[in-house]
Ligand binder design. Structure first.
Ligand SMILES: CC(C)(COP(=O)(O)OP(=O)(O)OC[C@H]1O[C@@H](n2cnc3c(N)ncnc32)[C@H](O)[C@@H]1OP(=O)(O)O)[C@@H](O)C(=O)NCCC(=O)NCCS
Length: 180
Protein backbone atom coordinates (compact mmCIF):
# COMPACT_ATOMS: atom_id res chain seq x y z
CA UNK A 1 0.00 0.00 0.00
CA UNK A 2 1.41 3.43 -0.90
CA UNK A 3 1.67 5.88 1.98
CA UNK A 4 -0.35 8.52 0.11
CA UNK A 5 -3.40 8.56 -2.15
CA UNK A 6 -4.77 11.38 -4.28
CA UNK A 7 -8.56 11.50 -4.16
CA UNK A 8 -10.68 12.07 -7.26
CA UNK A 9 -10.92 15.79 -6.27
CA UNK A 10 -7.12 16.15 -6.12
CA UNK A 11 -6.86 16.20 -2.32
CA UNK A 12 -4.06 14.04 -0.86
CA UNK A 13 -4.52 11.74 2.11
CA UNK A 14 -1.91 9.82 4.12
CA UNK A 15 -2.19 6.05 4.63
CA UNK A 16 -0.34 3.99 7.25
CA UNK A 17 -0.74 1.16 9.75
CA UNK A 18 -2.15 2.09 13.14
CA UNK A 19 0.18 2.62 16.11
CA UNK A 20 -0.47 2.04 19.80
CA UNK A 21 -0.09 5.72 20.71
CA UNK A 22 -2.21 8.32 22.47
CA UNK A 23 -2.41 10.30 19.20
CA UNK A 24 -3.75 7.36 17.17
CA UNK A 25 -6.15 6.36 19.95
CA UNK A 26 -7.55 9.91 20.06
CA UNK A 27 -7.81 10.10 16.26
CA UNK A 28 -9.50 6.70 15.93
CA UNK A 29 -11.85 7.43 18.83
CA UNK A 30 -13.04 10.61 17.16
CA UNK A 31 -13.41 8.73 13.85
CA UNK A 32 -15.39 5.76 15.19
CA UNK A 33 -17.62 7.97 17.31
CA UNK A 34 -18.52 10.05 14.26
CA UNK A 35 -19.46 6.83 12.40
CA UNK A 36 -21.55 5.72 15.39
CA UNK A 37 -23.22 9.15 15.65
CA UNK A 38 -24.08 8.94 11.96
CA UNK A 39 -25.81 5.58 12.52
CA UNK A 40 -24.02 4.21 9.42
CA UNK A 41 -25.10 0.90 7.85
CA UNK A 42 -22.67 -1.31 9.73
CA UNK A 43 -22.76 -3.39 12.90
CA UNK A 44 -20.64 -1.00 14.99
CA UNK A 45 -23.22 1.35 16.52
CA UNK A 46 -24.42 2.74 19.83
CA UNK A 47 -23.37 5.48 22.27
CA UNK A 48 -19.89 7.02 22.00
CA UNK A 49 -17.00 4.73 22.95
CA UNK A 50 -14.57 5.82 25.68
CA UNK A 51 -10.84 6.44 25.33
CA UNK A 52 -10.20 3.24 27.34
CA UNK A 53 -12.37 1.12 25.03
CA UNK A 54 -10.67 2.53 21.94
CA UNK A 55 -7.26 2.10 23.51
CA UNK A 56 -7.95 -1.60 24.17
CA UNK A 57 -9.20 -2.04 20.57
CA UNK A 58 -6.09 -0.38 19.16
CA UNK A 59 -3.69 -2.35 21.37
CA UNK A 60 -5.33 -5.57 20.17
CA UNK A 61 -4.93 -4.50 16.51
CA UNK A 62 -1.25 -3.63 16.95
CA UNK A 63 -0.45 -6.82 18.91
CA UNK A 64 -2.28 -9.12 16.52
CA UNK A 65 -0.75 -7.37 13.50
CA UNK A 66 2.71 -8.25 14.84
CA UNK A 67 1.57 -11.89 15.05
CA UNK A 68 0.31 -11.94 11.44
CA UNK A 69 -3.33 -12.22 12.54
CA UNK A 70 -4.55 -8.77 11.54
CA UNK A 71 -3.76 -6.36 8.73
CA UNK A 72 -5.08 -2.83 9.31
CA UNK A 73 -4.56 0.57 7.73
CA UNK A 74 -5.94 4.01 8.48
CA UNK A 75 -6.12 7.10 6.28
CA UNK A 76 -5.66 10.64 7.57
CA UNK A 77 -6.22 14.13 6.23
CA UNK A 78 -4.22 17.03 7.66
CA UNK A 79 -6.21 17.03 10.89
CA UNK A 80 -7.87 13.70 11.56
CA UNK A 81 -8.44 10.03 10.78
CA UNK A 82 -10.82 9.63 7.82
CA UNK A 83 -10.87 5.89 7.12
CA UNK A 84 -10.04 2.51 8.56
CA UNK A 85 -9.78 -0.82 6.75
CA UNK A 86 -8.82 -4.21 8.09
CA UNK A 87 -8.72 -7.96 7.64
CA UNK A 88 -8.61 -10.39 10.56
CA UNK A 89 -7.42 -13.95 10.06
CA UNK A 90 -9.77 -16.61 11.44
CA UNK A 91 -8.50 -19.64 13.36
CA UNK A 92 -8.82 -23.42 13.59
CA UNK A 93 -10.13 -25.02 10.38
CA UNK A 94 -10.84 -21.59 8.89
CA UNK A 95 -7.28 -20.31 9.34
CA UNK A 96 -7.09 -19.74 5.58
CA UNK A 97 -9.94 -17.20 5.75
CA UNK A 98 -9.82 -13.49 6.61
CA UNK A 99 -12.74 -11.33 7.70
CA UNK A 100 -12.93 -7.91 6.06
CA UNK A 101 -14.20 -4.51 7.29
CA UNK A 102 -14.06 -0.92 6.04
CA UNK A 103 -15.32 2.51 7.05
CA UNK A 104 -14.78 5.88 5.39
CA UNK A 105 -15.67 9.28 6.85
CA UNK A 106 -18.86 10.67 5.27
CA UNK A 107 -17.06 13.66 3.74
CA UNK A 108 -14.56 11.40 1.95
CA UNK A 109 -16.94 8.88 0.39
CA UNK A 110 -17.38 8.57 -3.36
CA UNK A 111 -13.85 9.83 -4.06
CA UNK A 112 -12.16 6.51 -4.87
CA UNK A 113 -10.58 5.96 -1.44
CA UNK A 114 -12.57 2.84 -0.53
CA UNK A 115 -11.72 1.11 -3.81
CA UNK A 116 -8.03 2.06 -3.52
CA UNK A 117 -7.68 0.84 0.07
CA UNK A 118 -9.61 -2.35 -0.60
CA UNK A 119 -7.74 -3.33 -3.76
CA UNK A 120 -4.41 -2.90 -1.99
CA UNK A 121 -5.22 -4.56 1.32
CA UNK A 122 -6.63 -7.58 -0.55
CA UNK A 123 -3.39 -7.84 -2.54
CA UNK A 124 -1.27 -7.69 0.62
CA UNK A 125 -3.39 -9.94 2.77
CA UNK A 126 -2.54 -13.25 1.07
CA UNK A 127 1.12 -12.97 2.08
CA UNK A 128 0.77 -10.93 5.29
CA UNK A 129 -1.90 -13.16 6.82
CA UNK A 130 -1.27 -16.39 4.88
CA UNK A 131 -4.89 -16.57 3.76
CA UNK A 132 -6.52 -17.65 0.49
CA UNK A 133 -10.11 -16.44 1.06
CA UNK A 134 -11.74 -13.28 2.38
CA UNK A 135 -15.30 -13.11 3.69
CA UNK A 136 -17.49 -10.18 4.70
CA UNK A 137 -21.03 -9.27 5.58
CA UNK A 138 -23.07 -6.35 4.32
CA UNK A 139 -26.53 -5.00 5.11
CA UNK A 140 -28.83 -5.62 2.12
CA UNK A 141 -29.73 -1.90 2.09
CA UNK A 142 -26.08 -0.76 1.91
CA UNK A 143 -25.87 -0.22 -1.87
CA UNK A 144 -22.51 1.64 -1.96
CA UNK A 145 -20.81 -1.14 0.02
CA UNK A 146 -22.47 -3.95 -1.97
CA UNK A 147 -21.41 -2.37 -5.27
CA UNK A 148 -17.87 -1.81 -4.03
CA UNK A 149 -17.60 -5.47 -2.98
CA UNK A 150 -18.93 -6.74 -6.32
CA UNK A 151 -16.45 -4.46 -8.10
CA UNK A 152 -13.64 -5.99 -6.02
CA UNK A 153 -14.65 -9.48 -7.13
CA UNK A 154 -16.70 -10.63 -4.13
CA UNK A 155 -19.49 -13.08 -4.78
CA UNK A 156 -22.72 -13.14 -2.81
CA UNK A 157 -23.02 -16.63 -1.28
CA UNK A 158 -25.97 -16.24 1.04
CA UNK A 159 -28.37 -14.06 2.98
CA UNK A 160 -29.57 -14.34 6.54
CA UNK A 161 -33.12 -12.99 6.41
CA UNK A 162 -33.97 -10.14 8.81
CA UNK A 163 -30.71 -10.50 10.77
CA UNK A 164 -30.32 -6.72 11.05
CA UNK A 165 -32.57 -4.25 12.85
CA UNK A 166 -31.73 -0.89 11.30
CA UNK A 167 -33.76 2.21 12.19
CA UNK A 168 -36.85 0.11 12.92
CA UNK A 169 -36.65 -2.07 9.78
CA UNK A 170 -35.59 -5.70 9.54
CA UNK A 171 -32.89 -6.02 6.88
CA UNK A 172 -31.21 -9.11 5.39
CA UNK A 173 -27.52 -9.65 6.03
CA UNK A 174 -25.61 -10.57 2.87
CA UNK A 175 -22.60 -12.90 3.11
CA UNK A 176 -19.91 -12.46 0.45
CA UNK A 177 -16.65 -14.26 -0.30
CA UNK A 178 -13.65 -13.81 -2.56
CA UNK A 179 -10.87 -16.27 -3.38
CA UNK A 180 -7.58 -14.36 -3.46
C1 LIG B 1 -18.98 1.61 1.44
C2 LIG B 1 -17.79 2.55 1.43
C3 LIG B 1 -16.62 1.88 2.12
C4 LIG B 1 -17.39 2.87 -0.03
O1 LIG B 1 -16.19 3.60 -0.02
P1 LIG B 1 -15.99 4.87 -0.99
O2 LIG B 1 -14.64 5.44 -0.75
O3 LIG B 1 -17.13 5.81 -0.81
O4 LIG B 1 -16.07 4.17 -2.42
P2 LIG B 1 -15.34 4.64 -3.77
O5 LIG B 1 -15.49 6.10 -3.96
O6 LIG B 1 -13.95 4.10 -3.76
O7 LIG B 1 -16.20 3.87 -4.86
C5 LIG B 1 -15.88 2.54 -5.22
C6 LIG B 1 -17.10 1.82 -5.74
O8 LIG B 1 -18.06 1.67 -4.68
C7 LIG B 1 -19.38 1.80 -5.20
N1 LIG B 1 -20.00 3.00 -4.65
C8 LIG B 1 -19.41 3.94 -3.85
N2 LIG B 1 -20.32 4.87 -3.49
C9 LIG B 1 -21.48 4.53 -4.08
C10 LIG B 1 -22.80 5.08 -4.09
N3 LIG B 1 -23.09 6.21 -3.41
N4 LIG B 1 -23.77 4.42 -4.75
C11 LIG B 1 -23.51 3.29 -5.42
N5 LIG B 1 -22.28 2.71 -5.47
C12 LIG B 1 -21.28 3.33 -4.82
C13 LIG B 1 -19.22 1.92 -6.71
O9 LIG B 1 -19.20 0.63 -7.26
C14 LIG B 1 -17.84 2.55 -6.82
O10 LIG B 1 -17.23 2.30 -8.07
P3 LIG B 1 -17.44 3.34 -9.28
O11 LIG B 1 -16.91 4.64 -8.80
O12 LIG B 1 -16.64 2.74 -10.38
O13 LIG B 1 -18.90 3.38 -9.54
C15 LIG B 1 -18.15 3.90 2.13
O14 LIG B 1 -19.33 4.40 1.53
C16 LIG B 1 -18.38 3.80 3.62
O15 LIG B 1 -17.42 3.77 4.40
N6 LIG B 1 -19.65 3.77 4.08
C17 LIG B 1 -20.00 3.80 5.49
C18 LIG B 1 -19.53 2.58 6.26
C19 LIG B 1 -19.93 1.31 5.55
O16 LIG B 1 -21.02 1.18 5.03
N7 LIG B 1 -18.99 0.35 5.57
C20 LIG B 1 -19.22 -0.94 4.96
C21 LIG B 1 -20.03 -1.81 5.85
S1 LIG B 1 -20.42 -3.37 5.07
Amino acid sequence: MDTAYTLKNGEKVAIRPLEDTKEDTTAMLEFINSIRAEDAKLSNFGPPLTFEQESAWLRDIVDQSKDGKKLYYAAFDEKRAIAVIGITKKGDRSMHVGVFGISIDKKYRGKGLGAYLMENILKESARALTITHVELVCFANNTPAYKLYKKMGFQEVGRIPEKILYRGDLIDEIIMIKRL
